[in-house]
Unconditional design. Structure first.
Lengths: 282, 254
């Protein structure tokens, strides 16, 4: 793929600035190859967008970064540590420096909003109750849901659940925040809230952010760097503006959402006429 | 579809046994820190135990009453109705109370455990804990496992007491067996060995049922179908395991 080369063109940052580095990573799930030589990096303090059509393994990339699954081959370093060589204890230590926002929020359903946000604090620290309360209320205020502290997760709308999950993800002040499809299924107002929050947490708290999504228009407004993943590798990389100006047909099809292009409308199938006739014969 | 060869089933079974054993070891390791969180543990004993109380008490009463009727009818043929107390007490303590409690527990608390943990898996709650560097085995699985293990002997004891009362109700109040004879015979015939048999059985059943429920839930496919399947498998596997272990333990105690 001709534009893959441009992925490396962004690798100009000094090593200390690279929080996540993915080098020639291969990964397969259930015999189906997901990544075949993936190369990308996430730089400190920036919002990196990972885009791609559904099923390209965007969520799998987050699973690799959070060390839930090891890559089949290749190098994947987070904070300079090669994740596949880490033991369980080291993985947990690494994860304490991360936060992740799940698509559905993944709030613990047996506790209220306040307790959900307090959960990581209670598990990892021995802070006295007044301090926990202060910390949780500050984070809830930041996402605009201080008033919803006593609600149960089942009483929240999708957008609210995601904001609570964001409060929970930032309560331990992580260095990197991973967002898994944060815009899916939101109404325009909630979407606006989430966009603003992603930008704010990045700018005000200086948290490095990785946003995995296929919502090109939303990402273009907040991303500093973008990667477009297709067929297991980076198809294009650069700023959102650079991606839009790409001359690759595959990149253009994705960015404009066109039905015509290298990605076919039809899932691979035997010849249409032959199959119809076969059915007739039966 | 080609039929699977017997070897495939055997290998599958062995693999499953291995996976359950490894899971049990990991779970037991996590039980130590889980004991340090009494609030979580009490909550799970409440969920598995207190919430099963009504069904256990009602079943205990009816099983005891049936035992009273059947026992009375049988013993009357030999002219030894006074032995009804012994028959009911021994039957309940050694056999019926642990087995029926465990079967009911598997249906009530076991399915609830499996589906709750399975749904937590399906809604990414377990993964979210992993990402927050909290081991779900320690936070979710271990307290539920311990809760079940602790609740089962308590429920069995309650079943026995109410069952015996049910047998007395029918035998003494309805059929006219002498109250004094009923209780004195019972007191004389039941010894610690009989009580121990029930206690050991209930603990073993508690371990088996809780392990199966937590394991099935924890490893459920993260889909609606997967959670349903985990729940079904919990009941089937627990019931078979209870009856199998019951035979082994009864043989060991004779």
């Amino acid at each position: 793929m001709s534009s893959t080369a441009s992925a490396h063109a962004t690798s100009t940052a000094p090593d200390g600035d690279v929080v996540v580095a993915v080098r020639d990573v291969h990964y397969a799930a259930g015999g189906r190859p997901i990544f075949a030589g993936l190369d990308l990096e996430v730089r400190r303090g920036r919002i990196t967008a990972i885009m791609g059509p559904s099923g390209t393994g965007k969520t799998t990339l987050l699973r690799l970064i959070t060390a839930q699954v090891p890559p089949a081959s290749g190098q994947l370093t987070v904070f300079g540590q090669e994740v596949s060589t880490l033991g369980r204890r080291e993985i947990y230590a690494l994860r304490r420096r991360m936060g992740m926002l799940f698509q559905n929020g993944a709030l613990l359903t047996d506790m209220d909003v306040f307790e959900n946000v307090a959960f990581p604090v209670r598990e990892h620290t021995d802070l006295p109750e007044p301090l926990v309360r202060l910390l949780v209320l500050t984070k809830l205020q930041a996402v605009g849901l201080r008033g919803a502290a006593q609600l149960m997760p089942g009483e929240l709308s999708g957008g609210m659940a995601r904001r609570v999950a964001l409060a929970r993800a930032i309560v331990m002040d992580p260095e990197i925040l991973l967002y898994d499809e944060p815009f899916v299924g939101l109404d325009p107002i909630s979407l606006g809230f989430i966009l603003r929050l992603i930008k704010q947490t990045n700018q005000a708290l200086g948290i490095t952010s990785v946003v995995v999504s296929h919502d090109v228009r939303e990402l273009a407004t907040i991303a500093d760097d973008s990667y477009l993943i297709s067929e297991g590798r980076v198809a294009a990389a650069g700023t959102p503006a650079q991606l839009k100006a790409s001359d690759s047909a595959a990149v253009r099809q994705f960015m404009t959402g066109s039905a015509d292009g290298p990605v076919p409308f039809h899932y691979p199938a035997p010849d249409y006429a032959t199959q119809l006739l076969e059915a007739d014969e039966r | 579809m080609t039929p699977r060869r017997p070897g495939t089933y055997l290998l599958g079974g062995l693999r499953r046994l291995g996976s359950v054993t490894i899971f049990l070891v990991q779970l037991l390791i996590q039980c130590v820190p889980a004991l340090g969180k009494p609030r979580l543990l009490v909550m799970q004993i409440y969920n598995a135990g207190a919430r099963s109380l009504i069904i256990i008490m009602l079943s205990g009463l009816f099983v005891g009453m049936v035992l009273g009727l059947q026992g009375y009818d049988l013993l009357r043929r030999f002219g030894s109705e006074e032995a009804l107390g012994i028959a009911a007490a021994l039957g309940l303590l050694r056999e019926l109370a642990p087995v029926i409690t465990a079967l009911l527990f598997a249906g009530r608390a076991g399915t609830a455990l499996a589906s709750e943990i399975g749904l937590m898996r399906a809604t990414d709650q377990l993964t979210a804990m992993e990402i927050m560097a909290v081991d779900p085995l320690r936070y979710v699985a271990a307290p539920r496992f311990l809760g079940g293990v602790i609740a089962m002997p308590l429920l069995t004891a309650i079943f026995s007491v109410i069952g015996l009362y049910g047998a007395q109700l029918v035998g003494v109040q309805l059929m006219g067996v002498d109250r004094g004879v009923f209780w004195s015979q019972t007191q004389g015939a039941v010894d610690l060995h009989d009580v121990n048999e029930g206690v050991v059985k209930s603990i073993v059943f508690g371990l088996a049922c809780s392990l199966i429920a937590v394991h099935e839930g924890y490893h459920a496919e993260p889909t609606a179908e997967g959670v349903g399947l985990a729940t079904t498998r919990t009941v089937v596997a627990s019931s078979v395991m209870i009856l199998l272990l019951d035979y082994v333990l009864t043989a060991a105690f004779l």
